[in-house]
Design a protein around this ligand. Structure first.
Ligand code: BEZ
Ligand code: FE
Length: 592
């Protein structure tokens, strides 16, 4: 009489590695025993029960996996195997040979293989079966099995096989120090125990709070883990070091001694390479009563989410947490803040579906209005005051330096070089004017040779690029170099106020809000000199219409300049004018 029970460990080994589930593996093993009993009962002659049981187990696992795979694709968040916790000291032989292939990392890697590939790969690489035996077990030809194995190996090698510490004692020591550091809040100690590219993965299965996506990098992982453990300690949770799937780790129990999580570590080169935590209660049930600790919202830990648990309150945190692995910290900050404020806006205003669709359509039309000569998005940013805010933040002035203001969309063609005293106006219909001044540094010393790029609208309120057939090219533009005293002067016409373009969505917005589209009269300047910060600004014509209500919020009091009517013949002669003119004086102060 054969003791069939002796084959149970082998059968479980195969079924568990195939399915990644303790309970499914146990069911499969049970079913295989039943089939053996039935076959014997029917009088079937079975020469080698071991081969029979291995075959039935493998085939049942393939069938199971084929349907389980469908479920796994809809699994919420990362999938990890059901942890296999060693209750007693492991058999060293079993350990040395099989523990690596039992590891979470190995089982997750197997997930990239189709069920039949997985079976062939395991039978050959882990259990050492020959090709003829594998052919019999799987019911495929030997040649086919060889092909399948080659394909499976290729796929596995492409992803890289997991590495483990050779010494169990060393692994255990690193794990002990890891849990001591997190529980003691020893950030420096913890950082030293983590590989630079350490990864933390959580499996909550949509039922418990876990990382929605793998979290990468020493700092982030350390911060997340100390936060998590701090919360656990507040709840009087405790961890107990155990071996999980042949690797060191811990079970976390709540105050009532119920299982809250299983944490498995991959250790290589003396440091933790990955941390996998399983909090999905379905995957912990085989270890005893489960805790509700991980089911409660961890409000203080924004990095944890439950992807299925969408709520108005938690939505922003879930999205922000999804950026947790972003390598560029500035990108992570920008996206996080954007989502925080956008969500707050939506929660505050509660748009209807129709309103949200209108908003999307408005932005679509804004994009469609853009081309080489027109930038409707900048215009939108201008009329919402965002351009000015960004400009002002980036050019905070100190020590009396000249304030900056928006660049605007009309600095699109290069200004022609002109001599001091030249006129930038080539039409001659507007009120003549002279603009003069000096470029100084913060100590009031001249900045000789400073460059002044100037552009303005005509007296009719149009830039040259807006009226191609009407105004000569480069009308209203000039590039001047200040003299040795930092002084500059040029002739022009007094510009007029003008409307920003209103034939696009921005016009629609202004119309709907009964806002006028006008900008007060101004002349644009970019003043630059080696060793100084480039200054982008305007001078505004004092008394101009709309000076109090610029459509793009670009007026700063310090930039408003008198354009004084002058009929003094001596001054007219000085600037080569034969009629009265307006004179404007402005000092630009550059900062380093
Ligand atoms: C401008 O001054 O040229 C301008 C600035 C913002 C929007 C439209 C025009
Ligand atoms: Fe302008």
């Amino acid at each position: 009489m054969t003791d069939y029970e002796q084959f149970r460990p082998l059968m479980f080994s195969i079924a568990y590695r195939m399915t990644g589930s303790v309970s499914d593996a146990e069911d499969i093993v049970q079913e295989a025993f039943l089939r053996l009993t039935r076959a014997l009962h029917e009088g079937t002659v079975i020469d080698t029960p071991k081969a029979f049981l291995a075959t039935v187990t493998t085939r049942l696992a393939i069938t199971h996996l084929t349907s389980a795979r469908v479920r796994r694709e809809s699994y919420v968040g990362p999938w990890l195997p059901e942890p296999l916790v060693e209750s007693t000291e492991p058999d060293p032989a079993e350990h040395a040979e099989l523990s690596d292939s039992l590891s979470m990392a190995f089982l997750v890697m197997l997930e990239s293989l189709a069920p039949a590939e997985r079976a062939v790969f395991l039978l050959r690489e882990v259990f050492g079966y020959d090709y003829d035996e594998i052919a019999q077990i799987t019911g495929k030809s030997e040649a086919n099995c060889r092909q399948i194995l080659a394909r499976a190996r290729r796929r596995i090698d492409e992803r890289g096989r997991p590495r483990f510490s050779a010494s169990r004692a060393e692994s255990e020591e690193v794990a002990r120090r890891f849990f001591a550091a997190v529980e003691g809040g020893d950030m420096d100690g913890l950082l030293q125990l983590l590989a630079p590219d350490v990864v933390a993965v959580g499996d909550g299965g949509g039922k418990a709070w876990a990382l929605a996506r793998p979290l990468h990098g020493q700092e982030r992982v350390a911060r997340m883990w100390t936060g998590l453990v701090r919360r656990g300690l507040k709840e009087h949770a405790r961890t107990e070091l155990v071996w999980i799937n042949g690797q060191p780790g811990a079970i976390a129990y709540d105050a009532a001694g119920r299982v809250a999580a299983v944490i498995a570590l991959d250790i290589a080169d003396g440091v933790v390479q990955s941390i996998r935590s399983i909090v999905n209660p379905d995957k912990l049930a085989h270890l005893g009563p489960t805790s509700d600790l991980a089911l409660r919202s961890p409000k203080d830990l924004a990095c944890l989410t439950m992807a299925t648990d969408f709520s108005e309150e938690s939505a922003a945190d879930a999205v922000i947490a999804s950026f947790a692995s972003t390598a560029d910290p500035r990108l992570r900050e920008l996206l996080g803040a954007l989502v925080k404020h956008l969500h707050a806006f939506v929660r505050e205003t509660e748009p209807t579906i129709a309103e949200w669709e209108y908003a999307i359509d408005f932005l679509t039309r804004t994009g469609q209005k853009c081309d080489e000569e027109r930038q409707e998005f900048i215009l939108l940013s201008d009329v919402l005051g965002i351009s000015m805010l960004v400009e002002t933040i980036n050019n905070r002035t100190s020590g009396g330096a000249t304030e900056s203001t928006v660049l605007g969309p009309f600095h699109m063609v290069a200004s022609p070089c002109r001599e001091l005293g030249d006129s930038i106006d080539q039409v001659g219909t507007g009120p003549p004017c002279v603009v003069r001044g000096r470029v100084l540094n913060a100590d009031g010393m001249p900045v000789p040779g400073a460059e002044l790029d100037v552009w303005q609208a005509s007296d009719q309120g149009f830039y040259d690029v807006q009226q191609p057939g009407v105004q000569p090219r480069a009308n209203g533009r000039g590039l001047f170099t200040a003299d040795a005293d930092g002084a500059f002067w040029f002739r022009t016409v007094v510009p007029s106020h003008y409307p920003i373009p209103v034939d696009g969505p921005v016009g629609t917005l202004l119309n709907a809000t009964e806002r006028h589209p006008y900008r007060p009269a101004h002349i644009h300047f970019i003043v630059s000199a080696p060793g100084y910060r480039k200054l982008t600004t305007h001078i505004f014509v004092a008394g101009s219409q709309y000076i109090e209500s610029d459509a793009v919020f670009a007026v700063k009091k310090s930039l408003i300049t008198e354009f004084t009517a002058t009929d003094d013949p001596e001054q007219m002669a000085q600037y080569g004018l034969d009629q009265p003119f307006f004179l404007s004086d402005f000092e630009f102060i550059l900062q380093v």
